[in-house]
Ligand binder design. Structure first.
Ligand code: ADP
Ligand code: MG
Length: 745
């Protein structure tokens, strides 16, 4: 069955070569019960380890069923051990945290049996070694003799032809020793049993052959009883089933409770450190984003989304209705252009001017510091710095003056809306911003229309020619007048020159309006002409001077006020949506897209300054270094904790687990613990969210973490666990089983 031909084993340690045994030639048959004796250090254990495939040999050749083994690689030895070898050790090498039953079950599971298939086998074996009563006892509680019976049962659990026992009775009292030897002799009937013993007398009456070793050499090889070569019972092992691997992994996770708590604590530490660092990073990112700027938009509130309809059409009240029903909407600036608008309000004659960004009173929060909140559409609130001269000292004047919006150039005074400042509110200390003027929704709309007017190109088509209508010159300037009937236009009599027979009456004139959002036109009939003399009467206005006539009136096209304003009272086409919770803004953007809008979240169009970008890169590098450092710290801590597990892993490998299986078991264990730690963190975070717990740092996590961030953290954690397992496994399993085992025992 096994044949050694001039086999030698050397040990290399610290540059010194020691001989384990040399030039040993032996032949073993199934059915033999071989005792190896010899003084300590003579090479007995080394020989057994080589025969067991646990250790390598350097010289000669070992044959298994006539096949050479010198070319074997680790996986071949794994295969060999699983097929042929059962080991019994002096110090038992049982898994002390497992019960008797579990120790035997382990071998069977590692050999691909289901737990159900294993059960009858285990019970039978326990009967054979007379341990039925101790089935569920932890191995650590057994006596030496009992432990050795468990090892024998375990060695027999897989049907292997060779049982190798290194001083199996070395730690036992005389009586236990005797029963163990007897048990082994029974086993030897259809197997090859090789035992090493110091006490040859004890085994003499049972063994069939005696080998004496001395100084690494075979001194004597004596056959005491002739045996017939028996048929080989080969262990047709399978690979461990996935579910059993998982079950074993879970068993190992919780089996030694202090170790579990220790590993869990380490992982909890990693999770907290990772989350803490990353949430701090996120917080900073977020705060930096608020300090960015944009060349187009003045209002860089990060909670703002600018929208347009996908078809570029006017946004209707029904659209706003739908938007207002979405979650997380704080305020809708129906005309977004206004939020970018800096407006002056002026007293008549421009003696007082107050300028500020246009806001809706609906956006106003809190109370005013001076005066009161508006009660009518024409009342406004001003917000500015407390140390501003006017707001602090001259507010009486501000509150008691009559203002107009300084935007109506070219419009008649009576078309301008009178407004009053009724309240003043100061910014918080340390906030330095321009004034903000809070108008009623009606005024906001009026300002919006006015912007449409300001931003439109107005052309007058008269007698086949287009003329630009601009506010800074009176020629062809289209001007509203209440006295002109709808659908009609009054023009200067000078224009008669362009018409046949110098008569423009009843001729057509068209006013075209065009801007980036819309275009419109109105066709009018010329029904009157005016001159210096009749202008006051024709337009029903107060007396004007000759200069005023020349500068502001002559050449203008007067049309009906309602006709005029209807050309511009349109839109809005671009609105600003402010959300309540910026962290949820992406959801709102998606909702708005679903409603058919194009969206421009302000936070996405903010430009960071160069120094901020540099800072950010440094931050990212620091975070990455932090994570790498964390990885190594954890690796070393986990390595220390797992040191106690090395025996376990060496043992299961001696039992026939492949490197791969051992590595899987380790990975499963760390994976479970990592997940538990992560889950614990998520639960605590949720408790914090609903205020059952109140931990500051977790509040930060709750505020700045999205699902994405959790997923990222989870991936980092799992990858870290995998890397740790891999690194650890690579180190632990790089050597032959014995070498790994020796390092640890
Ligand atoms: P025995 O089991 O007969 O007492 P061993 O097989 O344990 O003897 O040892 C045989 C020889 O190999 C001894 O000289 C011993 O010092 C040496 N040896 C055993 N293990 C190692 C090792 N790991 N490193 C170096 N030398 C070793
Ligand atoms: Mg020994």
């Amino acid at each position: 069955m096994i044949k050694l031909k001039n086999v030698s084993k050397f040990y290399y340690s610290k540059g010194v070569i020691a001989s384990g045994f040399s030039k040993v030639s032996l032949d073993f048959k199934i059915g033999e019960f071989v005792a190896i004796t010899g003084e300590s250090g003579s090479g007995k254990s080394t020989l057994l380890n080589v025969i067991s495939g646990l250790d390598s040999y350097e010289e000669g050749e070992m044959y298994v069923k006539g096949q050479e083994t010198s070319h074997y690689i680790e996986s071949d030895w794994e295969d060999y051990r699983r097929k042929y070898i059962g080991n019994i050790y002096q110090n038992f090498n049982l898994i002390t945290s497992y019960t008797v039953y579990q120790n035997i079950e382990l071998v069977l599971i590692l050999n691909g049996l289901t737990q159900k298939e294993a059960k009858p086998k285990i019970l039978e074996l326990l009967k054979k070694v007379n341990l039925e009563k101790f089935k569920n006892t932890k191995v650590s509680k057994l006596s030496g003799g009992q432990k050795q019976r468990v090892s024998i049962a375990r060695a027999l659990a897989k049907d292997v032809p060779i049982i190798i026992a290194d001083e199996p009775t070395g730690n036992l009292d005389k009586r236990s020793a005797e029963s163990i030897i007897k048990l082994l002799s029974e086993i030897a009937k259809d197997r090859l049993v090789i035992i090493v013993t110091h006490n040859y007398d004890q085994v003499e009456e049972y063994v069939t052959r005696k080998i004496t070793m001395h100084d690494g050499k075979v001194l004597e090889d004596k056959v005491l009883k002739k045996v017939e070569e028996q048929n080989i019972i080969e262990n047709n092992y399978k690979n461990i089933r996935f579910f059993n691997e998982l079950k074993l992994g879970i068993r190992n996770t919780f089996n030694v409770f202090p170790k579990f708590i220790l590993l869990f604590t380490v992982y909890a530490f990693i999770v907290v450190a990772l989350m803490g660092e990353y949430s701090a990073f996120r917080k900073e990112e977020y705060q930096n984003s608020k300090y960015g700027s944009n060349y187009v938009f003045q209002d860089t509130s990060d909670n703002k989304i600018i929208i347009k309809k996908s078809d570029k059409s006017e946004i209707l009240d029904s659209d706003f209705e739908k938007i207002s029903k979405l979650k997380n909407i704080d305020y809708i600036a129906k005309n977004d252009l206004l939020t970018e608008e800096y407006k002056n309000i002026v007293t008549e004659g421009y003696t007082l001017t107050v300028g500020g960004y246009v806001k809706s009173i609906l956006q106003f929060k809190g109370k005013v510091d001076i005066g009161r909140l508006p009660e009518s559409d024409n009342e406004i609130v001003v917000m500015g710095q407390k140390d501003d001269y006017y707001l602090a000292n001259r507010y009486d004047t501000l509150l008691n003056s009559e203002y107009y919006i300084d935007d109506y150039y070219g419009l008649p005074q009576e078309d301008k809306t009178k407004i009053k400042i009724v309240g003043i509110k100061y910014y918080e200390e340390g906030v330095y911003k321009d004034y903000e003027l809070y108008f009623s929704e009606k005024l906001v709309q009026e300002i919006g229309n006015n912007i449409n007017r300001r931003d439109s190109k107005i052309k007058v088509n008269f007698m086949g020619t287009n003329y630009d209508s601009v506010t800074y010159q009176s020629n062809f300037r289209v001007t509203p007048n209440k006295n002109v009937p709808s659908g009609q236009a009054y023009i200067s009599e000078n224009y008669n020159y362009y018409c046949e027979k110098s008569n423009c009456l009843n001729k057509d004139i068209t006013v075209n309006v065009k801007n980036i959002y819309f275009q419109d036109a109105i066709a009018l009939k010329i029904t009157k002409t005016y001159n210096r003399k009749n202008i006051e009467k024709v337009l029903n206005i107060n007396k004007i001077t000759d200069d005023e006539f020349k500068e502001n009136y002559d050449g203008s096209i007067f049309i009906n006020s309602d006709d005029y304003y209807s050309l511009f009272n349109k839109g809005p086409y671009q609105a600003g949506i402010y959300v309540k919770d910026v962290q949820q803004i992406d959801k709102t953007v998606a909702d708005l897209k679903n409603l058919g809008f194009e969206t421009y979240p302000i936070k996405d169009v903010i430009i960071e300054s160069g120094s901020m970008q540099a800072l950010r890169i440094i931050k990212i590098i620091v975070t990455i270094i932090f994570i790498i450092t964390l990885f190594f710290i954890t690796y070393f801590i986990i390595k220390l904790i797992l040191k106690s597990r090395n025996i376990y892993f060496s043992t299961i490998r001696m039992l026939g687990a492949s490197k791969k299986v051992a590595r899987h078991l380790l990975i499963i264990e760390l994976f479970i613990i990592a997940n538990l730690a992560f889950a614990a963190f998520v639960i605590i975070a949720q408790l914090n969210r609903i205020n059952i717990l109140n931990i500051d740092f977790i509040d930060t996590v709750n505020t700045y973490f999205h699902l994405n961030d959790y997923i990222l953290m989870y991936i980092i954690l799992i990858v870290m666990s995998l890397l740790i397992s891999e690194k650890y496994a690579a180190k632990l399993f790089k050597t032959s089983v014995m070498a790994a085992y020796r390092e640890e025992v």
